[in-house]
Design a protein around this ligand. Structure first.
Ligand code: GLN
Length: 246
């Protein structure tokens, strides 16, 4: 994707263009996203073996990225970034193995391809899993310990407002049989915690370099932007990460 430009700078065209779009600011609308469609946009895959794939594909498309459902190693090879969706982490790992994706995924994540895991996707990205099945092995990448289905029967699915590092206004977070983060390594940045209730202070969003994960589902957030459209701010943060890492 990298090209040398007339002014001697290098980097993907969509990234440079995006920086310009930010400066332009006012010309950016929530429906077109910050990219100019006239230039190539980043290809961001969504692991598409199980789970809420379509919601992530739509959210990514709304940011202006080119979203790609990934079921084969050749599709993964085209991606500059990847989303691991919510679903069932044990099933996703089994299917990824059946689709010959397990090792290619591990390699790309180890090589620090920007990757964003939501809920089951967070479990896949964790270096250590508590309450996993006996044979559950993560892809790994983020130095965290997560506990599966951690919020318990009473509150296993709930919605709440959270402050999210890097975003001005709180996000409306939807938790569905979610994991929480019980340990974070020294390189891990905590992006969000539950703010109230029995699970107050629990870590539910993290980032380590180009790898990011949330316990909750930003792809299913109800409309909450001032413009009344879907709230894609967390997906936009991830697309920024893809851009910065290019
Ligand atoms: N409980 C699921 C798991 O262990 C995650 C739930 C979700 O992704 N909504 O994989």
């Amino acid at each position: 994707m990298s090209r040398r430009t007339g002014d001697g700078t290098t980097g993907p065209e969509w990234c440079r263009h995006r920086a310009g779009s930010h400066v332009a600011g006012a010309s950016v609308t929530s429906t077109s996203g910050p990219y100019n469609r006239a230039v190539p946009s980043p290809v961001i895959g969504v692991l598409a073996v199980q789970g809420d794939v379509r919601e992530h594909l739509h959210a990514l498309e709304r940011t202006g990225a080119t979203a790609l459902a990934v079921r084969r190693p050749e599709e993964l090879a085209r991606c500059q970034g990847l989303v691991l969706p919510g679903g069932e982490s044990t099933t996703m790992i089994k299917l990824a193995r059946n689709f010959d994706l397990l090792e290619p995924l591990r390699e790309r994540i180890a090589a620090r391809m920007p990757t964003f895991g939501t809920c089951a996707g967070m479990i896949l990205l964790a270096d250590e899993i508590l309450d996993g099945t006996a044979d559950q092995e993560p892809l790994g990448g983020i130095d965290i310990t997560v506990r599966r289905n951690a919020f318990g029967r009473q509150v296993d699915s709930f919605e709440t407002e959270l402050a999210f590092k890097g975003l001005e206004d709180p996000v409306h977070a939807v938790f569905i049989r979610a994991p929480w983060v019980e340990r974070v390594g020294p390189e891990v940045d905590v992006l969000a915690r539950v703010e109230a209730g029995p699970a107050a202070d629990t870590i539910v969003a993290v980032r380590q370099g180009a790898l990011m994960a949330t316990s909750f589902h930003p792809e299913v957030s109800p409309a909450s932007t001032s413009a009344g459209g879907p709230d894609d701010r967390i997906h936009r943060l991830f697309v920024d990460l893809v851009c910065e890492s290019a």
